[in-house]
Design a protein around this ligand. Structure first.
Ligand code: KG4
Ligand code: ZN
Length: 384
């Protein structure tokens, strides 16, 4: 069965078509119109600008996703079984564009409608078993992991899902059954990355910018540690500098909660004290990233040990971070050897509609559809 999915909760207008059969889910088309270039000059997402862009983009993006799936407005009503749409959490005016478009299509094509929670979407990015058909990569032919076995995920699963808007540890006892076991007390890790990038003058979006700056230090820091005392490391410009140390907030707390706003403040004060900080930008980025990763990994391992879950899953925009991906993988291998680790394909880490289609497919199969007239956006929709 085919699902058409729409996502517009923040600054990406995204539409995808998926084919589902049993527990297997294949992405047939996945189109994302990013607004990064537009919001870059403001240093962050401007909600009203985002909503206007969604209005301009939504119909062309729907058409492109249909076309790439070998469909059009005439064939779609017969070939598609349901429409899934993100109804929250997110920016209210952005969500409205996707939800009203999905409602209009459901009316016009007489198709059932499924409301999807954005965070559930991030989690379900891990349930996509075959990322995308080869026809969509005609030039590079570089297709990531087309043979993953994600349809065999065993419950209960511990999910670390981290993005700009949320930072959760979730215990999933079955499909669509979520229990929040850890949350952030203030900022989400993605938000912290974005704020750190601003402090470091690294631009927007912050996560990838901090990761890139940090990567300039990695190899060199190892060399530096060999030749100098551990109090020193080498920055991107080859300058040996005092080793920068930032806190790992709440890393040893008994609960499974997080706090990242103090980490950003600690960075702020260290930069204020260091006249030459801009020479050591990469070292600051490196330590900031490491502090976030160490904390996320420690709490996920703690949750894995507490619940003896056979499965650990990473999700959300921050799951694009390569150091987090690698560190969590190694920590699970060493400390939770019986658990199986899943993480989304890079293309499904940041906002996209394929993940919404994946969650929508399982919700549709469970019979959880909604009458279009009853569907309203919920900008603060908690994962339940
Ligand atoms: O899921 P997403 O696209 O949007 C929200 O639901 O918030 O996640 C975006 C967040 C941003 O805060 C961005 O800085 C962060 O994910 N992010 C990263 C990386 N790529 C995106 N953070 C760290 N490292 C990355 N490579
Ligand atoms: Zn997201």
């Amino acid at each position: 069965m085919k699902i058409l999915a729409i996502e517009s909760s923040c600054d990406e207008t995204a539409v995808a078509v998926l084919e589902g059969s049993g527990d297997k889910l294949k992405v047939i088309s996945n189109v994302v119109a990013s607004q990064i270039a537009i919001h870059k000059k403001y240093g962050g997402v401007v909600p009203e600008v985002a909503a206007r862009e969604h209005v301009l983009n939504i119909i062309p993006v729907v058409n492109e996703a249909l076309l790439k799936a070998g469909l059009n407005a005439k064939t779609a009503p017969k070939k598609i079984s349901a429409i899934a749409v993100t109804a929250g959490p997110g920016l209210i005016t952005s969500l409205i564009v996707g939800v009203e478009s999905a409602k209009a299509l459901a009316y016009a094509w007489k198709l059932p409608l499924v409301a999807v929670n954005h965070i559930a979407g991030h989690i379900y990015a891990n349930f996509i078993s075959s990322p995308i058909s080869k026809s969509q990569f005609p030039i590079s032919k570089k297709i990531p992991n087309t043979k993953s076995q994600n349809n065999q995920i065993k419950f209960p699963a511990i999910i670390l899902t981290v993005s700009g808007g949320h930072n959760l540890l979730v215990l999933m006892t079955g499909h669509l059954k979520y229990k929040i076991i850890g949350d952030t007390r203030d900022d989400a890790a993605g938000e912290a990355f974005d704020k750190a990038a601003k402090l470091l003058g690294l631009g927007y979006p912050g996560g990838p910018a901090v990761a890139l700056a940090a990567s300039r230090v990695r190899g060199q820091a190892v060399e530096a540690a060999k030749v100098s005392s551990s109090k020193f490391q080498v920055s991107s410009d080859g300058v040996a500098s005092r080793r920068i140390i930032l806190p790992r907030p709440m890393i040893n707390s008994k609960d499974l909660d997080f706090s990242f706003s103090g980490l950003k403040t600690a960075l702020f004060y260290q930069l204020q004290k260091d006249k030459h900080w801009s020479k050591n930008r990469s070292s600051y980025a490196h330590e900031f990233q490491q502090a976030v990763v160490d904390t996320l990994v420690a709490k996920t391992i703690k949750a894995g040990k507490k619940y003896h879950a056979p499965t650990i899953i990473l999700a959300g925009g921050v799951s694009a971070n390569l150091v987090l991906r690698q560190s969590l993988k190694e920590a699970i291998k060493n400390q939770l050897p019986h658990a199986k680790f899943y993480l989304p394909e890079l293309v499904y880490t940041t906002d996209n509609a394929a993940m919404i289609g994946a969650a929508g497919y399982f919700k549709f199969r469970a019979g959880r559809t909604i009458t279009p007239a009853k569907l309203k956006v919920d900008p603060n929709w908690d994962l339940k």
